[in-house]
Design a protein around this ligand. Structure first.
Ligand code: SF4
Ligand code: SF4
Length: 420
């Protein structure tokens, strides 16, 4: 990961110009300077230098960043805030340890799909159906957790995980064009399994044999972005082994956060390894490709058309547009669908406020940021918001439900799959 020296080098670059204040969604929502990029860099510099204690206030400064990296784009000296944040969080884990819930999740549930599957099986009957909106897919957490999470809704946990329906190998349709691995991620595996069906389906329709190894587990982003480098490394090596057991052209990911973690996160994690393990992690990370960018590189072999013309808008997940510079590719795929009209939002790249577990840890800030996104979607007149991240879909649907907005959020692969 990033060393203290690397993080400090970023922190001392800040000139205090304040450009970042105008783009930070958290600062806009709460109006507190220490929760902007400038404020965070200022205070965390002191923590990294050992001049300031890791107090509760510092923990709040560390925890309330979405890691959306909007601030990095506008920063004249190019401060990489995420490096400062990540080292600050890693230091907090080293000094204070992890809260019990994260310890349980990172050390047990995320490392083995069998444990997570069992835990979700217990949770599933506890989720209460939303009676307010007919046909709503949203469920509510049991009241104890709901209180903690600000009454946020959750989508239903699938009655059968994706792997119970999609086999370890899916044959290509038509002329074979290659062999790829499929990294499912937790949402597609256990929650929105239809997105997983669609991703495997599109790859197969496009002539790729799809290998879906059962040994894969969570990408480890929750552990990595919480500063738990040790568990993130263990998870990374497990995933690398699961895919490198086969000869593959690429490993395809349909979740923006998983993609960022497998590509950039694993690559920086590998710097703390040596020898065979380091090579293995680097090789795996170099094979990872995001689904839309992979398909554009290869070129679509089939024409797609909507059954009836439709207006859609596209939301750029932060982990794709800023993490991976993938902005053009999803739009190219949308433009290739006959009967589809794309109307851009005023700020399609603005964060939706989901931020993985940020939405559960800071529900008020998350919903406030999401509200802006939903209004921007509504202003386009489109009833469908397409994106490439299950986490963003969950956030947009949840905020739209609260706002009474008639918007459906769908994954780009679902749209492509259904348009053949
Ligand atoms: S990464 Fe995003 S949330 Fe964090 S300080 Fe920068 S702009 Fe604000
Ligand atoms: S834009 Fe960059 S240099 Fe300016 S205050 Fe923000 S972090 Fe510091």
């Amino acid at each position: 990961m990033f060393t203290r020296e690397e993080a400090l080098a970023e922190a001392i670059k800040c000139s205090g110009c304040g450009f970042c204040l105008s783009v930070c969604p958290v600062y806009e929502a709460v109006g507190i300077e220490t929760l902007s990029s400038r404020g965070r860099v200022d205070t965390l510099r002191g923590v990294l230098l050992g001049q300031l204690e890791l107090s509760e206030r510092m923990m709040q400064i560390l925890d309330t960043c979405l890691l959306c990296r909007a601030c990095e784009e506008v920063c004249p000296p190019g401060v990489k805030l995420h490096r400062v944040l990540m080292e600050g969080r890693a230091k907090a884990v080293r000094q204070r340890g992890l809260p019990w819930a994260k310890r349980l999740a990172f050390r047990r549930l995320l490392k083995d799909r069998r444990y997570l599957s069992r835990a979700l099986g217990y949770l599933r009957p506890l989720l209460k159906e939303d009676r307010g909106i007919p046909g709503s897919k949203i469920r509510h957490l049991p009241s104890l957790f709901s209180g903690i999470a600000g009454g946020r809704g959750l989508p239903p946990i699938a009655s059968r995980p994706l792997r119970a329906r999609v086999g370890p190998v899916t044959a290509p349709v038509g002329n074979p064009r290659g062999r790829v691995g499929f990294f499912s991620g937790c949402y597609m595996e256990f929650v929105e399994t239809g997105m997983g069906d669609a991703t495997v389906g599109v790859l197969s329709q496009e002539g790729f044999e799809v290998f879906y190894p059962r040994e894969q587990t969570c990408c480890g982003a929750p552990a990595l972005y919480s500063g738990d480098v040790e568990d993130a490394l263990e998870i990374a090596l497990k995933n690398a082994r699961a895919f490198l057991s086969q000869k593959l052209d690429s490993v395809i990911v349909g979740c923006a956060t998983c993609f960022d973690c497998l590509k950039k996160g694993y690559s920086s994690l590998s710097s703390s390894l040596q020898g065979e393990e380091k090579e293995m992690l680097e090789e795996f990370s170099s094979m990872v490709e995001e689904s839309s960018s992979f398909l554009v590189k290869k070129g679509l072999s089939r024409r797609r058309r909507l059954s009836s013309p439709n207006l859609v808008t596209y939301h750029d997940p932060c982990h794709l547009s800023r993490g991976g510079a993938i902005v053009r590719e999803p739009r190219e795929l949308l433009a290739s669908i006959e009967g589809l009209e794309l109307k851009e939002m005023s700020q399609p790249r603005r964060c939706c406020g989901g931020g993985g577990s940020f939405g559960l840890a800071h529900p008020e800030i998350s919903i406030e940021i999401g509200r802006w996104k939903v209004q921007d979607i509504q202003a386009t007149g489109a009833k469908i918001a397409v994106t490439s991240c299950p986490g963003c879909i969950l956030q947009i649907q949840e905020v739209a439900r609260r706002e009474g907005a008639e918007i459906k959020a769908v994954h780009l692969m679902e749209l492509l799959h259904g348009a053949l």
